[in-house]
Ligand binder design. Structure first.
Ligand code: ZN
Length: 433
């Protein structure tokens, strides 16, 4: 089942759409956003120099700092009377970044989220509960409009209040759950406490995003809830959810290529890498009126494939995000992503989903401690069990990462839960080199 004919076009047809839209988008950005006029002028490129898709690489990158530096609306291409919606993302420090949507942008965003819902198998027969936060965060509203577009009955419950979430799920026979994966795992813990079994619910599909999740985490979610777990990807800077989405083949996330061009670059040199390489994914918007993005650096590490998918879609697919180039820690010279540690932890019996990585320096040596919760606190009473379990985790991490870590096992529910993105890494190393 497809939502839009552009999802199954031939590569040649898709590239024709991309090229004509790219020419328009670059000229539009150059004319309406002084920042882009300066960016293109600085490398001596005029919009008329964009004749093929390859010419995109002549344009300088746009960074998150550019959005911050032009806070709140300095990168907007239209006056306020053309903006119908603001969204923003809260940075961990300082001012958020703000984006604005015209009526046309809202229509395209809704369209992309409708494609995503259809790819997850959601139809007008479904009841969809949105446990994403509504507000400046794009997650809640993006899914809301897309799911309404396909005709699903939407319950805009927003995030938090797990007991009420579960009550509504039972009473309204919710079939589709929209949430961050870490919140879903938290919900399953609440279910256990309340004695609610997966059979007591009608859930059949999850549409999860807002943060990455590993295949091991997916397996846990699918088992605990008895659902199909689908993932999707988006960034506030590009529109929010809907940039790419999984189909039921679970073989990567289809990028809405009639709305975005994706490139993979070397995060250090900025060089465009050949197909199949792992690197940082960079997006250029093709239809944006409110706030165009030319070659936006996401910092997300992934890989692209252009092979048509078994589902019938020809849209390129990106792998589930392996990590952020920002999150990548260098520990004793080894590149470490939190997702790699997570994958190991998910594969060990007896431990829960919540963990934290604490990185310190001792005598000029990097040390990493993995704190992870046990499923059953009574295990803490048996020293030999603890030794066996922490030894197993240490060994598995060493096999994957080639580094020795300290493993600390904690009582269940010791680590703070967050409804949104969870903070897994505490890096206490001095940054002064
Ligand atoms: Zn597919």
């Amino acid at each position: 089942m497809f939502w839009n004919e552009n999802e199954t076009k031939s590569r040649k047809e898709l590239e024709e759409i991309q090229l004509s839209r790219l020419k328009w988008q670059v000229a539009y950005a150059y004319e309406h956003v002084p920042f882009y006029t300066r960016q293109l002028d600085s490398v001596g490129v005029k919009p008329s120099d964009i004749r093929t898709l390859k010419d995109l690489s002549k344009i300088p990158f746009t960074m998150k700092t550019d959005l911050r530096d032009h806070y709140p609306t300095g990168l907007f291409a239209v006056p306020n009377n053309k903006i119908v919606r603001y969204h923003g993302s809260s940075g961990t420090t300082g001012k958020p970044i703000m984006v604005g949507y015209t009526r046309g942008d809202m229509e395209n965003w809704t369209e992309m989220c409708a494609r995503m819902a259809t790819a997850a198998g959601v139809t007008a027969e479904d009841t969809a509960q949105i446990a994403f936060g509504y507000g400046l965060f794009t997650g809640g509203f993006g899914l809301h409009y897309g799911l309404e577009r396909v005709g699903a009955s939407v319950i805009p419950v927003s995030s938090g209040n797990s007991e009420r979430q579960l009550m509504l799920m039972r009473d309204l026979h919710t079939t589709v759950l929209i949430a961050t994966p870490s919140y879903v795992l938290h919900l399953t813990e609440v279910m256990q406490d309340l004695g609610i079994r997966k059979e007591d619910l009608d859930l059949r599909v999850g549409m999860f995003g807002g943060e990455g999740h590993t295949p091991e985490m997916r397996e846990q979610i699918e088992q605990r809830l008895g659902i199909i777990d689908t993932q999707n990807y988006g960034l506030t800077e590009l529109c929010g959810p809907g940039v790419s989405f999984e189909c039921l083949e679970h073989s990567g996330m289809h990028i809405n290529e009639d709305m975005f061009i994706a490139e993979i670059i070397d995060p250090v040199t900025g060089e465009v890498l050949p197909e199949g390489s792992e690197g940082e994914i960079v997006f250029t918007t093709l239809t944006k009126e409110g706030i165009p993005m030319l070659r936006y650096r996401t910092k997300d590490i992934t890989r692209l494939t252009y092979e048509p998918c078994a589902c019938g879609r020809t849209l390129a697919r990106m792998d589930l995000v392996k990590g952020r180039s920002d999150d990548m820690m260098v520990i004793r010279g080894v590149n470490v992503f939190p997702s790699q540690v997570e994958a190991v932890l998910m594969g060990v019996d007896g431990i829960g989903q919540q963990y934290q990585l604490i990185v310190t320096t001792e005598k000029f040596m990097d040390k990493m401690e993995v704190q992870v919760e046990l499923m059953d606190g009574s295990m803490l009473e048996s020293y030999s069990n603890l030794e066996r379990l922490s030894g197993e985790i240490r060994h598995k991490i060493k096999t994957v990462l080639q580094i020795d870590v300290k493993v600390t096992l904690l009582n269940p529910k010791t680590i703070e839960r967050t409804a949104g993105k969870s903070h897994r890494v505490i890096d206490k190393r001095s940054k002064a080199f």
